[in-house]
Design a protein around this ligand. Structure first.
Ligand SMILES: [Mn+2]
Length: 427
């Protein structure tokens, strides 16, 4: 995507300062009994998937202000991910959304991904809008729900769509399906909430039964929007009940924006991990609702605490899960935003690795709240960025991905190639 020597030449002026910053940090960590080399190894192993719908400019119900050079096809979306992955070395997978992405030739797309070093992460189905291909040419509608609908034909269409998405994913080399449902109601009394839930369980069971060997499925909850009175899968408790009822390969996916204000998301993570039903994440950040803002830009401490719970669940290592960024880029260049979000995730993860977990456990056991806070703050207040830069550098990536992204002129080239008014699908 980018020639290796171009990436290296941009960093040439900065490498000496980086080496000195890294030495300084490694020495400080060593005094705290921490091994920088081990942290760097863990960072090299970390990867977060990019969703295909985050590569174009997002919008709100009030409008959309596209930038230039947005991807026009799924292949161009993969090109964009490969471009930032060349710099971050932490975005080696795409998460497709059907029917927004609907390849005619899945085998060819898979091969294209392989050439670019991009794997296919969890597949996403879509029953929150009608789609002629999956709703029998408009004969059935999801207006009143999909899996929860009172109409058997709508339920059947929704199950068949999810099964078709699994079949497509299998051809692409994916091994997971994420089910986010818009099902719910807008008015009190509009539907029998228990009946809706029971019908949804039935549908999820049929989808679960269709999973090939080695596949998993995730239920993703969200409290409101587009349903504004009640959502069928509205919170982590509902999501857990649905996953448990669906089958043993179903677990819950936590989207950081899908909680009521001020929810203790790190505790939600701890609970789901405790019962072994935490399957993955959609990372983003929010101030008010499901704002889909840059990961770690509003509540970086919360993100750090989430990673602390993940490491607690994994006994010191990050549990293998579906980690994905799920954001809407309304103002920034989507690729720059993804680069910054990936950086923020890696920072939170690294800081969590620096927590003296033994000291924290002792403080918790002896009810020493002040010392527990001190232990967390020692880790959280550490500027870990030289470790991230080193991990990238060792993989051939960029010391500073945003700086390199701009210097390499990728967006300008895309604009020349794709035009100024190209629009990514699904937004
Ligand atoms: Mn999501």
């Amino acid at each position: 995507m980018f020639e290796q020597d171009r990436i290296a030449s941009i960093d040439a002026d900065h490498i000496r300062h980086h080496a000195s910053d890294l030495d300084h940090l490694a020495e400080a960590l060593d005094r705290r009994g921490l091994d920088a080399a081990q942290v760097i190894e863990a960072l090299i192993a970390f990867d977060v998937a990019v969703p295909s719908w985050a590569l174009g400019t997002g919008g709100t119900r009030f409008g959309r202000f596209p930038g230039g050079g947005e991807p026009r096809t799924t292949e161009e979306k993969l090109d964009d991910i490969a471009a930032i992955n060349a710099l971050t070395r932490a975005n080696g997978a795409v998460s497709l959304h059907v029917p927004w992405d609907n390849p005619d030739d899945p085998g060819a797309l898979r091969q294209y991904g392989e050439q670019l070093g991009i794997a296919f992460d969890a597949m996403n189905s879509n029953t929150f809008q009608n789609n002629p291909e999956t709703t029998f040419d408009g004969e059935v509608s999801y207006k009143f729900g999909s899996l929860a609908s009172t109409e058997p034909e709508a339920r059947r269409a929704a199950v068949e769509h999810n099964q078709a998405v699994i079949d497509l994913g299998a051809k692409l080399g994916s091994n997971a399906l994420t089910v986010w449902l818009a099902d719910g109601t807008n008015h009190p009394g509009q539907a029998d909430m228990t009946g809706q839930f029971e019908r949804t369980v039935e549908g999820l069971q049929a989808i679960h039964a269709h999973l090939p060997d080695g596949w998993r499925m995730f239920t993703e909850h969200k409290p409101y929007e587009p349903a504004f009175y009640s959502s069928v899968n509205q919170d982590w408790g509902s999501s857990l009940l649905l996953a448990q009822a669906a089958g043993d390969r179903a677990s819950c996916l936590v989207d950081l924006g899908h909680h009521l204000p001020n929810a203790n998301i790190e505790q939600v993570v701890a609970r789901l991990a405790m019962v072994d039903r935490l399957g993955g994440f959609h990372f983003n950040d929010s101030k008010y609702g499901d704002d889909d803002l840059t990961t770690g830009s509003i509540k970086p401490f919360q993100l750090f605490l989430i990673f602390c719970e993940l490491l607690r669940a994994g006994g010191g290592t990050l549990p293998p899960m579906a980690y994905m960024l799920d954001q809407s880029h309304n103002v920034k260049d989507p690729l720059e935003d993804l680069v910054q979000s990936t950086e923020a995730l890696l920072i939170a993860y690294t800081q969590a690795m620096l927590v003296d977990r033994e000291a924290l456990a002792d403080a918790q056991e002896s009810n020493d709240a002040a010392f527990a806070q001190q232990v967390l703050q020692d880790a959280y207040r550490t500027d870990v960025r030289p470790l991230l830069a080193e991990a990238r550098q060792r993989q051939g990536g960029a010391l500073n991905p945003l700086r390199s992204f701009r210097a390499l002129g990728y967006r300008q080239r895309c604009t020349e190639l794709r035009g100024n008014d190209a629009a990514a699908t699904g937004l």
